[in-house]
Write a protein that binds this ligand. Structure first.
Ligand code: GTP
Ligand code: MG
Length: 389
């Protein structure tokens, strides 16, 4: 055991985000962590360095050019070598100077994932943490956090056990209900993609600004204003969305730049999870060809027609005014209904969810193998995911 530890190297990683902040926290682990930290740490009060500290005792001093707090961290049964935590000011320059000093002492720079791995956090949970760090929509974050907490791992263990017990019927039904979560689960960290399609001047950009709550994109009465695809990230009812404003669709665009924008917009429709088709009150519905599996049809500029006309819209068409805000709550509610299954928005927060395409591929493959009566291969595939270091 001692020989093994001797051959392991010592690492340092920054635990806090690698960006300017009030404080930065670094973690040093491995056989030389305490020795090196003790050599570089100069105590401020008294004469004692780090090495004489009780585990968990905070010590104030300098590490290189900056003042830091340092402490020795041990696990409760002392089965692993002690680690050192260094807490200092969050300036990237100061952090870099500490990291440089440590590297000069032969300490290896590691990323946060390596640190989690060292702590015994499995691949599945590290992947979930990675997704968690990329979402700031509260409900999506909660769903992903439950996967960090073991929701999906437990479900995969159950499936593997069912396969091994030759209960293939139950295993397939569990796999299928998990796979049903993938279309929305895999969007939790990157957001549901919503494209706005409509003729020039339909009010797409005005709607983007109304949803964002500020003037994000250019609006003008001149048809053909928007050319580029502009992604705007939004949180609606706790879920993440990326709404894409794009060029108004028309067949005869004389301007080559507008024509290029229209080509981009057509391509974007097929990549979107949901297309919102917009048309003005005096335009005929259906003018715009939609290439998407899911879409909502919306009549814009409701403030320009009489209340009587507004209340008599054909069924399936939602009226909105991005100018007055009329109908926007209903539109957002319909976006949620179209993309997040109702039962998921209530109970799904604690359920296992397929949040990554690699997991989705694994489940599809395991299902295929069960169908080909190769239970061993199916169980191996799921085990591989569960035990990935
Ligand atoms: N009265 C009223 N005017 C609106 C509304 N929405 C948009 N408009 C006006 O319609 C014109 C076109 O709006 P945009 O949002 O630029 O339209 P667009 O669909 O983005 O147009 P392109 O970028 O050219 O494709 C602008 O003058 C807006 O002020 C609305 O709800 N009510
Ligand atoms: Mg526009």
């Amino acid at each position: 055991m001692t020989a093994l530890i001797q051959h392991q190297s010592t690492h340092v990683t920054q635990i806090t985000a690698e960006a300017p902040g009030a404080i930065a926290v670094l973690r040093l682990w491995g056989p030389d962590a305490v020795t090196v930290a003790n050599r570089l740490f100069r105590p401020k009060l008294g004469t004692r360095g780090l090495i004489q500290s009780q585990p968990g005792e905070l010590r104030l001093g300098w590490f290189g050019m900056d003042e830091v707090v340092a402490l020795i961290v041990t696990d409760s049964n002392l089965s692993t070598p002690p680690e050192v935590e260094i807490q200092g000011h969050g300036s990237p320059l100061l952090v870099q100077s500490i990291l440089n000093l440590l590297q000069e002492e032969g300490i290896h720079l590691a990323d946060h994932g390596q640190y989690l791995k060292h702590q015994g956090v499995g691949w599945l949970e590290r992947l979930a943490l990675d997704h968690f760090q990329r979402t700031n929509a509260p409900k999506a974050a909660q769903v992903i956090w439950n996967q960090v907490d073991g929701s999906l791992r437990n479900a995969l263990v159950e499936i593997r056990d069912l396969i091994q017990a030759h209960d293939t019927h139950a295993a397939i039904s569990r796999i299928d209900s998990l796979l049903l979560t993938a279309p929305w689960g895999t969007r939790l960290s990157r957001g549901f993609k919503v494209a706005l399609a409509g003729a020039p001047n339909a009010g797409k950009s005005t709607l983007v600004n109304a949803l964002a709550g500020y003037d994000r994109v250019l609006v003008s009465p001149v048809p053909g204003t928007t050319r580029d695809l502009v992604d705007v990230a939004l949180t609606i009812d706790g879920w993440p969305f990326v709404v894409t404003d794009m060029a108004g669709l028309r067949d005869l665009a004389a301007d080559p730049l507008e024509a290029a924008g229209i080509a981009l917009a057509r391509g974007q429709q097929s990549r979107a999870d949901l297309v919102i088709r917009l048309f003005e009150p005096d335009a005929a519905d259906g003018e715009i060809e939609i290439h998407a599996s899911r879409h909502l049809t919306v009549m814009t500029k409701l403030d320009l027609i009489s209340p009587q006309e507004a209340s008599n819209l054909p069924s399936g068409i939602l009226g909105i005014s991005a100018k007055t805000g009329m109908g926007l709550d209903e539109l957002m509610a319909r976006m949620i209904i179209a993309l997040i299954p109702e039962h998921q928005s209530i109970h799904g927060l604690v359920k296992p969810v397929v949040f990554d395409t690699e997991i989705e591929a694994c489940l599809n493959q395991a299902r295929q193998w069960i169908n080909q009566e190769s239970a061993v291969a199916a169980s191996w595939r799921i085990d591989e995911l569960l035990s990935k270091p």
